[in-house]
Design a protein around this ligand. Structure first.
Ligand SMILES: [Zn+2]
Length: 410
Protein backbone atom coordinates (compact mmCIF):
# COMPACT_ATOMS: atom_id res chain seq x y z
CA UNK A 1 0.00 0.00 0.00
CA UNK A 2 1.41 3.35 -1.00
CA UNK A 3 -1.59 5.61 -0.53
CA UNK A 4 0.36 7.68 2.01
CA UNK A 5 2.54 9.10 -0.78
CA UNK A 6 1.21 12.43 -2.04
CA UNK A 7 2.39 14.73 -4.77
CA UNK A 8 3.28 18.37 -4.03
CA UNK A 9 0.10 20.30 -4.86
CA UNK A 10 1.78 23.70 -4.95
CA UNK A 11 4.56 22.50 -7.21
CA UNK A 12 2.12 20.96 -9.70
CA UNK A 13 0.04 24.15 -9.83
CA UNK A 14 3.20 26.28 -10.08
CA UNK A 15 4.47 24.28 -13.07
CA UNK A 16 1.10 24.54 -14.82
CA UNK A 17 0.93 28.30 -14.31
CA UNK A 18 4.57 28.78 -15.36
CA UNK A 19 3.98 26.82 -18.58
CA UNK A 20 0.75 28.78 -19.22
CA UNK A 21 2.81 31.98 -19.46
CA UNK A 22 4.41 30.69 -22.67
CA UNK A 23 1.94 31.78 -25.34
CA UNK A 24 -0.45 33.35 -22.81
CA UNK A 25 -3.39 35.20 -24.43
CA UNK A 26 -5.04 38.37 -23.10
CA UNK A 27 -8.22 36.40 -22.28
CA UNK A 28 -6.34 34.05 -19.95
CA UNK A 29 -5.83 31.19 -22.38
CA UNK A 30 -2.81 29.86 -24.25
CA UNK A 31 -1.86 29.88 -27.92
CA UNK A 32 1.13 27.58 -28.36
CA UNK A 33 0.82 26.04 -31.80
CA UNK A 34 2.95 23.02 -32.53
CA UNK A 35 6.51 23.50 -33.83
CA UNK A 36 6.45 27.30 -33.47
CA UNK A 37 8.97 29.29 -31.48
CA UNK A 38 6.52 29.30 -28.55
CA UNK A 39 6.39 25.51 -28.72
CA UNK A 40 10.21 25.54 -28.60
CA UNK A 41 10.11 27.73 -25.49
CA UNK A 42 7.62 25.36 -23.84
CA UNK A 43 9.77 22.35 -24.73
CA UNK A 44 12.92 24.08 -23.45
CA UNK A 45 11.19 24.81 -20.15
CA UNK A 46 9.94 21.22 -19.87
CA UNK A 47 13.36 19.74 -20.73
CA UNK A 48 15.15 21.97 -18.21
CA UNK A 49 12.72 20.85 -15.48
CA UNK A 50 13.28 17.21 -16.47
CA UNK A 51 17.06 17.65 -16.33
CA UNK A 52 16.80 19.38 -12.96
CA UNK A 53 14.86 16.32 -11.76
CA UNK A 54 17.74 14.10 -12.90
CA UNK A 55 15.79 12.52 -15.76
CA UNK A 56 17.61 11.58 -18.97
CA UNK A 57 15.99 13.23 -21.96
CA UNK A 58 15.77 11.82 -25.47
CA UNK A 59 13.99 13.16 -28.55
CA UNK A 60 12.81 11.01 -31.44
CA UNK A 61 12.63 11.75 -35.16
CA UNK A 62 9.19 13.37 -34.99
CA UNK A 63 10.03 15.49 -31.93
CA UNK A 64 8.43 13.34 -29.23
CA UNK A 65 10.32 13.87 -25.95
CA UNK A 66 10.92 11.14 -23.36
CA UNK A 67 12.42 11.89 -19.93
CA UNK A 68 13.51 8.70 -18.22
CA UNK A 69 13.93 7.91 -14.55
CA UNK A 70 15.90 4.71 -14.14
CA UNK A 71 14.39 1.78 -12.29
CA UNK A 72 15.98 -1.05 -10.33
CA UNK A 73 15.75 -3.31 -13.38
CA UNK A 74 16.37 -1.26 -16.50
CA UNK A 75 15.90 -4.26 -18.76
CA UNK A 76 12.16 -4.01 -18.04
CA UNK A 77 10.02 -1.99 -20.45
CA UNK A 78 9.32 1.47 -18.97
CA UNK A 79 6.04 2.64 -17.48
CA UNK A 80 5.26 5.82 -19.41
CA UNK A 81 2.97 8.76 -18.72
CA UNK A 82 2.45 12.06 -20.51
CA UNK A 83 0.40 14.05 -23.00
CA UNK A 84 1.03 17.10 -25.21
CA UNK A 85 2.17 20.72 -24.80
CA UNK A 86 0.78 22.14 -28.06
CA UNK A 87 -2.56 23.96 -27.97
CA UNK A 88 -5.36 25.08 -30.25
CA UNK A 89 -5.15 28.72 -31.54
CA UNK A 90 -7.55 29.73 -28.75
CA UNK A 91 -6.59 27.02 -26.28
CA UNK A 92 -6.63 26.81 -22.52
CA UNK A 93 -4.04 26.29 -19.79
CA UNK A 94 -4.76 22.63 -19.01
CA UNK A 95 -5.56 20.64 -22.18
CA UNK A 96 -2.49 18.44 -22.68
CA UNK A 97 -0.20 20.45 -20.43
CA UNK A 98 -1.83 18.89 -17.37
CA UNK A 99 -0.90 15.34 -18.42
CA UNK A 100 2.75 16.28 -19.01
CA UNK A 101 3.09 18.28 -15.79
CA UNK A 102 1.29 15.56 -13.78
CA UNK A 103 3.72 12.91 -15.04
CA UNK A 104 6.68 15.18 -14.27
CA UNK A 105 5.24 15.78 -10.79
CA UNK A 106 5.09 12.00 -10.23
CA UNK A 107 8.81 11.74 -11.09
CA UNK A 108 9.63 14.68 -8.80
CA UNK A 109 7.66 13.07 -5.96
CA UNK A 110 9.50 9.76 -6.45
CA UNK A 111 12.78 11.69 -6.19
CA UNK A 112 11.73 13.53 -3.08
CA UNK A 113 10.51 10.39 -1.32
CA UNK A 114 13.51 8.33 -2.41
CA UNK A 115 11.23 5.86 -4.18
CA UNK A 116 12.95 3.37 -6.41
CA UNK A 117 10.65 1.61 -8.86
CA UNK A 118 11.37 -1.81 -10.30
CA UNK A 119 10.74 -0.74 -13.93
CA UNK A 120 11.97 2.61 -15.27
CA UNK A 121 9.47 5.48 -15.48
CA UNK A 122 9.30 7.88 -18.42
CA UNK A 123 7.55 11.22 -18.84
CA UNK A 124 6.40 11.61 -22.45
CA UNK A 125 5.53 14.72 -24.49
CA UNK A 126 3.94 13.95 -27.86
CA UNK A 127 4.32 16.39 -30.77
CA UNK A 128 1.29 17.92 -32.52
CA UNK A 129 -1.60 16.28 -30.73
CA UNK A 130 -4.00 19.06 -31.70
CA UNK A 131 -3.60 18.84 -35.46
CA UNK A 132 -4.48 22.49 -35.80
CA UNK A 133 -1.31 23.42 -37.76
CA UNK A 134 -0.45 20.07 -39.37
CA UNK A 135 -2.62 17.06 -40.14
CA UNK A 136 -3.07 14.36 -39.05
CA UNK A 137 -4.12 15.08 -35.46
CA UNK A 138 -2.23 12.99 -32.89
CA UNK A 139 0.25 12.42 -35.69
CA UNK A 140 3.45 11.91 -33.72
CA UNK A 141 2.00 9.47 -31.19
CA UNK A 142 0.44 7.78 -34.23
CA UNK A 143 3.90 7.47 -35.81
CA UNK A 144 5.25 6.05 -32.52
CA UNK A 145 2.48 3.44 -32.61
CA UNK A 146 2.98 2.66 -36.30
CA UNK A 147 -0.36 4.09 -37.42
CA UNK A 148 1.48 6.61 -39.64
CA UNK A 149 4.90 6.48 -41.28
CA UNK A 150 7.56 8.97 -40.19
CA UNK A 151 7.84 10.20 -43.80
CA UNK A 152 4.12 10.94 -43.94
CA UNK A 153 4.32 12.98 -40.71
CA UNK A 154 7.43 14.94 -41.75
CA UNK A 155 5.95 15.77 -45.18
CA UNK A 156 2.74 17.35 -43.82
CA UNK A 157 2.45 21.06 -44.65
CA UNK A 158 0.77 23.94 -42.86
CA UNK A 159 -1.33 26.60 -44.64
CA UNK A 160 1.84 28.61 -45.42
CA UNK A 161 3.42 25.60 -47.13
CA UNK A 162 5.97 24.97 -44.34
CA UNK A 163 6.61 21.26 -43.82
CA UNK A 164 6.44 19.55 -40.42
CA UNK A 165 10.03 18.36 -40.95
CA UNK A 166 11.38 21.87 -41.64
CA UNK A 167 9.48 23.36 -38.71
CA UNK A 168 10.81 20.61 -36.43
CA UNK A 169 14.41 21.35 -37.54
CA UNK A 170 13.87 25.08 -37.14
CA UNK A 171 13.01 24.73 -33.44
CA UNK A 172 15.87 22.29 -32.83
CA UNK A 173 13.79 19.27 -31.87
CA UNK A 174 14.46 16.89 -34.75
CA UNK A 175 15.85 14.16 -32.52
CA UNK A 176 17.84 11.07 -33.32
CA UNK A 177 15.98 8.45 -31.26
CA UNK A 178 14.06 5.95 -33.40
CA UNK A 179 10.31 6.61 -33.61
CA UNK A 180 8.55 3.82 -31.70
CA UNK A 181 9.53 0.23 -32.17
CA UNK A 182 10.11 -0.34 -28.46
CA UNK A 183 8.04 -1.97 -25.75
CA UNK A 184 6.27 0.04 -23.07
CA UNK A 185 5.20 -1.73 -19.87
CA UNK A 186 2.14 0.52 -19.58
CA UNK A 187 1.00 4.01 -20.61
CA UNK A 188 -1.14 6.35 -18.50
CA UNK A 189 -2.41 9.75 -19.59
CA UNK A 190 -4.04 12.25 -17.24
CA UNK A 191 -6.24 14.84 -18.96
CA UNK A 192 -9.07 17.25 -18.26
CA UNK A 193 -12.38 15.68 -19.28
CA UNK A 194 -13.32 18.35 -21.88
CA UNK A 195 -16.95 17.42 -21.25
CA UNK A 196 -19.51 17.96 -18.46
CA UNK A 197 -20.11 14.48 -16.98
CA UNK A 198 -17.73 14.54 -13.98
CA UNK A 199 -18.81 18.01 -12.91
CA UNK A 200 -22.51 17.21 -13.34
CA UNK A 201 -22.23 14.04 -11.24
CA UNK A 202 -19.95 15.49 -8.57
CA UNK A 203 -17.08 13.12 -9.32
CA UNK A 204 -13.41 14.07 -8.96
CA UNK A 205 -11.87 11.38 -11.13
CA UNK A 206 -12.96 9.68 -14.34
CA UNK A 207 -11.66 6.15 -14.82
CA UNK A 208 -11.45 6.16 -18.61
CA UNK A 209 -12.31 2.75 -20.04
CA UNK A 210 -11.86 3.67 -23.71
CA UNK A 211 -12.58 6.20 -26.39
CA UNK A 212 -15.31 6.57 -28.96
CA UNK A 213 -14.52 5.48 -32.49
CA UNK A 214 -14.84 8.19 -35.14
CA UNK A 215 -15.91 8.13 -38.76
CA UNK A 216 -16.05 11.43 -40.63
CA UNK A 217 -17.51 12.18 -44.04
CA UNK A 218 -17.32 15.02 -46.51
CA UNK A 219 -20.73 15.23 -48.19
CA UNK A 220 -21.33 17.02 -51.48
CA UNK A 221 -24.90 17.65 -52.65
CA UNK A 222 -25.21 18.87 -56.25
CA UNK A 223 -28.36 20.39 -57.74
CA UNK A 224 -28.64 23.38 -60.03
CA UNK A 225 -28.28 27.14 -59.51
CA UNK A 226 -31.52 28.92 -60.44
CA UNK A 227 -33.19 32.29 -60.05
CA UNK A 228 -35.21 32.52 -56.80
CA UNK A 229 -38.10 34.32 -58.50
CA UNK A 230 -38.92 32.81 -61.90
CA UNK A 231 -38.14 29.18 -60.90
CA UNK A 232 -41.30 27.41 -59.57
CA UNK A 233 -40.80 25.23 -56.50
CA UNK A 234 -41.49 21.92 -58.25
CA UNK A 235 -38.78 22.56 -60.87
CA UNK A 236 -35.96 23.29 -58.43
CA UNK A 237 -32.97 21.15 -57.58
CA UNK A 238 -32.01 22.92 -54.36
CA UNK A 239 -28.80 21.48 -52.89
CA UNK A 240 -29.09 23.23 -49.53
CA UNK A 241 -32.71 22.16 -49.08
CA UNK A 242 -31.67 18.54 -49.77
CA UNK A 243 -28.73 18.86 -47.37
CA UNK A 244 -31.07 20.06 -44.62
CA UNK A 245 -32.82 16.66 -44.60
CA UNK A 246 -29.48 14.88 -44.25
CA UNK A 247 -28.40 17.16 -41.38
CA UNK A 248 -31.65 16.27 -39.57
CA UNK A 249 -30.98 12.60 -40.26
CA UNK A 250 -27.44 12.79 -38.79
CA UNK A 251 -28.93 14.05 -35.55
CA UNK A 252 -31.84 11.57 -35.56
CA UNK A 253 -29.51 8.60 -36.12
CA UNK A 254 -27.15 9.70 -33.34
CA UNK A 255 -29.99 10.12 -30.83
CA UNK A 256 -31.09 6.48 -31.18
CA UNK A 257 -28.47 5.15 -28.72
CA UNK A 258 -26.76 6.61 -25.66
CA UNK A 259 -23.18 6.21 -26.89
CA UNK A 260 -23.66 7.63 -30.40
CA UNK A 261 -22.76 11.16 -31.51
CA UNK A 262 -23.48 12.83 -34.81
CA UNK A 263 -22.38 16.36 -35.69
CA UNK A 264 -22.52 18.55 -38.77
CA UNK A 265 -20.05 21.31 -37.92
CA UNK A 266 -18.99 22.70 -41.28
CA UNK A 267 -21.11 23.77 -44.23
CA UNK A 268 -20.24 25.47 -47.53
CA UNK A 269 -23.07 26.66 -49.71
CA UNK A 270 -22.68 27.81 -53.32
CA UNK A 271 -23.17 30.32 -54.72
CA UNK A 272 -24.43 31.54 -51.30
CA UNK A 273 -26.45 34.38 -52.69
CA UNK A 274 -29.78 35.57 -51.27
CA UNK A 275 -31.77 35.25 -54.48
CA UNK A 276 -30.20 32.13 -56.00
CA UNK A 277 -31.41 28.57 -55.43
CA UNK A 278 -28.20 26.88 -54.15
CA UNK A 279 -26.59 24.60 -56.72
CA UNK A 280 -24.02 22.91 -54.50
CA UNK A 281 -23.75 22.34 -50.76
CA UNK A 282 -20.87 20.66 -49.00
CA UNK A 283 -20.87 19.66 -45.35
CA UNK A 284 -19.00 17.52 -42.86
CA UNK A 285 -20.35 14.67 -40.75
CA UNK A 286 -18.59 13.54 -37.58
CA UNK A 287 -20.02 10.24 -36.27
CA UNK A 288 -18.73 8.74 -33.01
CA UNK A 289 -19.68 5.56 -31.17
CA UNK A 290 -18.30 3.08 -28.64
CA UNK A 291 -18.66 0.25 -31.17
CA UNK A 292 -17.85 -0.17 -34.86
CA UNK A 293 -21.37 -1.59 -35.27
CA UNK A 294 -22.74 1.77 -34.11
CA UNK A 295 -20.63 3.65 -36.67
CA UNK A 296 -21.77 1.19 -39.35
CA UNK A 297 -25.42 1.67 -38.35
CA UNK A 298 -25.16 5.46 -38.70
CA UNK A 299 -23.26 5.19 -41.97
CA UNK A 300 -25.87 2.86 -43.44
CA UNK A 301 -28.62 5.16 -42.19
CA UNK A 302 -27.16 8.28 -43.76
CA UNK A 303 -26.37 6.50 -47.04
CA UNK A 304 -29.98 5.27 -47.26
CA UNK A 305 -31.25 8.78 -46.54
CA UNK A 306 -28.92 10.23 -49.19
CA UNK A 307 -30.27 7.75 -51.75
CA UNK A 308 -33.86 8.67 -50.88
CA UNK A 309 -33.28 12.44 -50.99
CA UNK A 310 -31.32 12.11 -54.21
CA UNK A 311 -34.20 10.18 -55.88
CA UNK A 312 -36.94 12.44 -54.57
CA UNK A 313 -35.26 15.78 -55.26
CA UNK A 314 -33.13 15.06 -58.32
CA UNK A 315 -29.85 15.77 -56.54
CA UNK A 316 -26.47 14.07 -56.89
CA UNK A 317 -25.17 13.23 -53.44
CA UNK A 318 -21.66 11.97 -52.73
CA UNK A 319 -20.33 10.77 -49.35
CA UNK A 320 -16.57 10.52 -48.94
CA UNK A 321 -15.05 9.09 -45.73
CA UNK A 322 -12.21 11.35 -44.52
CA UNK A 323 -11.33 10.06 -41.04
CA UNK A 324 -11.64 6.70 -39.31
CA UNK A 325 -10.50 5.84 -35.81
CA UNK A 326 -11.80 2.52 -34.52
CA UNK A 327 -13.34 2.58 -31.03
CA UNK A 328 -10.66 2.04 -28.43
CA UNK A 329 -11.03 -0.18 -25.37
CA UNK A 330 -8.29 0.46 -22.83
CA UNK A 331 -6.38 -2.33 -21.10
CA UNK A 332 -8.38 -3.93 -18.27
CA UNK A 333 -5.32 -4.13 -15.99
CA UNK A 334 -4.41 -0.44 -16.46
CA UNK A 335 -8.03 0.64 -16.01
CA UNK A 336 -8.16 -1.42 -12.79
CA UNK A 337 -4.94 0.25 -11.57
CA UNK A 338 -6.53 3.70 -12.07
CA UNK A 339 -9.75 2.62 -10.33
CA UNK A 340 -7.80 1.10 -7.42
CA UNK A 341 -5.80 4.31 -7.08
CA UNK A 342 -8.97 6.38 -6.89
CA UNK A 343 -10.46 3.99 -4.31
CA UNK A 344 -7.33 4.00 -2.12
CA UNK A 345 -7.29 7.78 -2.11
CA UNK A 346 -11.02 8.02 -1.39
CA UNK A 347 -11.76 10.03 -4.56
CA UNK A 348 -15.32 10.06 -5.87
CA UNK A 349 -14.92 8.40 -9.25
CA UNK A 350 -16.87 6.97 -12.15
CA UNK A 351 -16.12 5.00 -15.29
CA UNK A 352 -16.21 7.18 -18.37
CA UNK A 353 -15.64 6.83 -22.13
CA UNK A 354 -13.64 9.57 -23.83
CA UNK A 355 -15.57 11.33 -26.55
CA UNK A 356 -12.42 13.05 -27.80
CA UNK A 357 -9.30 11.58 -29.38
CA UNK A 358 -6.07 11.53 -27.36
CA UNK A 359 -2.49 10.33 -27.86
CA UNK A 360 -3.44 7.45 -25.53
CA UNK A 361 -5.77 6.12 -28.23
CA UNK A 362 -2.77 5.50 -30.50
CA UNK A 363 -0.51 4.21 -27.73
CA UNK A 364 -3.27 1.75 -26.73
CA UNK A 365 -2.49 -0.02 -30.01
CA UNK A 366 1.04 -0.91 -28.87
CA UNK A 367 0.98 -0.88 -25.05
CA UNK A 368 -1.42 -1.55 -22.15
CA UNK A 369 -3.02 1.88 -21.69
CA UNK A 370 -5.54 3.80 -19.60
CA UNK A 371 -6.45 7.43 -18.93
CA UNK A 372 -7.44 9.48 -15.92
CA UNK A 373 -9.90 12.36 -16.36
CA UNK A 374 -10.44 15.28 -14.00
CA UNK A 375 -13.35 17.74 -14.26
CA UNK A 376 -13.05 21.04 -16.06
CA UNK A 377 -15.36 23.97 -15.41
CA UNK A 378 -18.60 23.73 -17.38
CA UNK A 379 -17.01 20.98 -19.48
CA UNK A 380 -15.44 23.75 -21.56
CA UNK A 381 -12.19 23.12 -23.46
CA UNK A 382 -10.50 24.26 -26.69
CA UNK A 383 -11.38 27.68 -25.36
CA UNK A 384 -9.36 30.36 -23.58
CA UNK A 385 -11.72 30.28 -20.60
CA UNK A 386 -10.96 26.58 -19.98
CA UNK A 387 -10.55 26.13 -16.22
CA UNK A 388 -10.00 23.38 -13.65
CA UNK A 389 -9.89 23.30 -9.84
CA UNK A 390 -6.44 22.88 -8.30
CA UNK A 391 -7.77 20.21 -5.89
CA UNK A 392 -9.16 18.13 -8.76
CA UNK A 393 -5.88 18.37 -10.68
CA UNK A 394 -4.03 17.27 -7.54
CA UNK A 395 -6.41 14.33 -6.99
CA UNK A 396 -5.94 13.13 -10.58
CA UNK A 397 -2.16 13.41 -10.23
CA UNK A 398 -2.21 11.39 -6.99
CA UNK A 399 -4.27 8.70 -8.74
CA UNK A 400 -1.72 8.72 -11.57
CA UNK A 401 1.09 8.23 -9.07
CA UNK A 402 -0.68 5.21 -7.55
CA UNK A 403 -1.33 3.65 -10.96
CA UNK A 404 2.28 4.18 -12.05
CA UNK A 405 3.57 2.66 -8.82
CA UNK A 406 1.33 -0.37 -9.18
CA UNK A 407 2.56 -1.04 -12.72
CA UNK A 408 6.22 -0.09 -12.16
CA UNK A 409 6.51 -2.05 -8.93
CA UNK A 410 8.41 -1.01 -5.81
ZN1 LIG B 1 -5.46 17.28 -25.22
Amino acid sequence: MSAEIRIDAGRLWGSLMEMAKIGATPKGGVKRLTLTDLDRQGRDQFVSWCQAAGLSVSVDGVGNIFARRAGRNNALPPIVSGSHLDTQPSGGRFDGCYGVMAALEVARTFNERGIETEAPFEVAMWTNEEGSRFLPVMGASGAFAGAHTVEEILAARDLDGVSFGDALHAIGYAGTAPVGGRRLGAYFEAHIEQGPLLENTGNTVGVVTGALGQRWFEVTVRGMDAHAGPTPMHLRRDALYGASFLIQEVNRLAKLTEHSRGTVGMILNRPNSRNVVPGETQFSIDFRDTEVAGLDRMEQGIRAAAKKISDEQGLAIELRQTVFFPPCHFDAGCVAAVRAGAQQLGCRHMDIVSGAGHDAVHIAGVAPTAMIFVPCEGGISHNEIENAKPEDLVAGCNVLLQAVLEKAGR
